[in-house]
Ligand binder design. Structure first.
Ligand SMILES: [Fe+2]
Length: 434
């Protein structure tokens, strides 16, 4: 993968020439509101590529080209650009080999020979995609404040939670198929209320074109309109915001299934027993590799204002309140200290790490659950902290990778029967939240 970045840098001058002569010949997924790419944009992309090429920590984790998932805004745009370039050059073919979790492989590598016209064409696509992403970042979508009422949670509602799902790879699609077949389709038009909640990350960079192909097409509600008893929700992860996050907001605006979310990146679902806060920890990044979760000031004020301590509280975020495998910045947990210290948080579910575990109570959170294993293969990590203790750890594997799963929460007044399910809907762990 690093070689490809090197090829892209070497082709920079040729790309600029090609753009100057015939920009309309570049085979990219164009959008009607795309601004034209100019020479300054291309220079900016080249500078970003040079930085990435020399950034050693970016390559430490990129041990396998097929698992290249950079924690960096520019590198994530390059990943999407390469994906488009490979498809445009008809280099991607299906691969049924069960060891290949991506279900596809490169039949020819268009960037292998730097002198070939295929390499130049592929490089032009990558530069175009990155230039559009960087324009989006410069004119970042404004944060949208929550000004509507809470959504009503029925006392016997079912909530399906899954994190880091929108990769579009075969097992992520299988997981969504099971959710649709088992929990959504059979109850459409019936009384049972179902909420489907994604804990964020649409790969690679949350560009506008990525939502239709990795998120919307596979979302486990296979209807165009919103069924009255089925509710869809999603909060942004770091990958959703790398290019803006214009793609995220456009999806919320246009997809009727997400109507309840009212075009806002955070939400509240509530009844007389519970408050479920879905919080956006990504839209106000203090770094562009996405490792620090931060709440926008207006959102923090909103959650503190709306918190009712007479009710139990569930927090849903993309970023972690704590991590037992690496040191995480305490920014998010510090911001939410008033919520945590005022009254225990009953449960907190989060993603970002592509693993699953349930922990002992910690930081005044009674049921802390990591749930980031629905869509991108992750390898188990070594623990570096002794506390908190793990009550349950997901150990099911596909080869060296943690297999995918989701959580099913069945509410019954003030208790929740909670099950962690694998991607073919088999129960792996069950506990009561109360
Ligand atoms: Fe993430």
């Amino acid at each position: 993968m690093r070689n490809k970045f090197g090829v892209l840098v070497e082709l920079a001058a040729a790309v600029r020439q090609f753009f100057a002569a015939s920009p309309e010949e570049i085979p990219v997924e164009r959008d009607e509101d795309d601004e034209p790419v100019n020479q300054n944009d291309l220079v900016e992309v080249e500078e970003a590529l040079r930085r990435l090429l020399n950034q050693s920590d970016l390559w430490e984790r990129a041990d396998e080209a097929s698992l290249f998932l950079p924690h960096d805004a520019d590198a994530s745009m390059v990943a999407e650009g390469l994906d488009q370039a490979f498809r445009q050059s008809a280099s991607v073919r299906d691969d049924d080999n069960s060891d290949n979790l991506f279900g596809e492989t490169l039949s020819t590598d268009p960037m292998q020979d730097i002198r070939s016209p295929h390499s130049l064409r592929a490089a032009c696509v990558v530069y175009y995609v990155c230039a559009q992403g960087k324009k989006g970042l410069r004119r970042k979508h404004a944060f949208v404040e929550h000004d509507s009422n809470a959504a009503e949670l029925e006392s016997n509602a079912r909530v399906i939670l899954f994190g880091d799902w929108a990769s579009g790879i075969p097992n992520a699609r299988i997981l969504a198929d099971y959710i649709w077949q088992e929990y959504v389709q059979p109850v459409i038009g019936k009384k049972q209320q179902v909420h489907l909640i994604h804990l964020g990350d649409t790969y690679y960079a949350g560009l506008k074109h990525e939502y239709p192909k990795r998120f919307s097409k596979h979302w486990p509600v296979r209807t165009t309109e919103k069924p009255p008893n089925i509710f869809s929700w999603t909060i942004p992860g770091n990958h959703d915001v790398y290019a803006g996050p214009h793609g995220f907001y456009r999806m919320l605006k246009e997809d009727r299934r997400f109507d309840a979310q009212a075009k806002c990146s955070h939400f509240l679902i509530e009844n007389k027993y519970w408050q479920i806060f879905g919080l956006d920890t990504s839209s106000t990044p203090v770094d562009w590799n996405g490792s620090i979760g931060v709440l926008h000031k207006k959102q923090l004020e909103w959650v503190i204002r709306r918190r009712d301590v007479n009710k139990k509280c569930i927090l849903l975020t993309h970023h972690q309140p704590f991590c037992v495998c690496e040191n995480v910045d305490p920014h998010l947990s510090d911001q939410l200290r008033p919520i945590r210290e005022q009254h225990p948080v009953t449960a907190w579910f989060w993603g970002h790490e592509h693993l699953c575990a349930r922990f002992e109570p910690h930081m005044n959170i009674e049921f802390p659950v990591l749930l980031g294993h629905a869509g991108f293969p992750g390898r188990p990590k070594k623990r570096i902290h002794d506390t908190p203790k793990v009550k349950f750890e997901w150990t099911e594997h596909v080869g060296p990778y943690v297999s995918f799963g989701f959580a099913r929460l069945d509410f019954s007044n003030d208790t929740i029967d909670t099950r962690l399910m694998n991607l073919v809907n088999r129960e792996k762990h069950r506990f009561m939240i109360y």
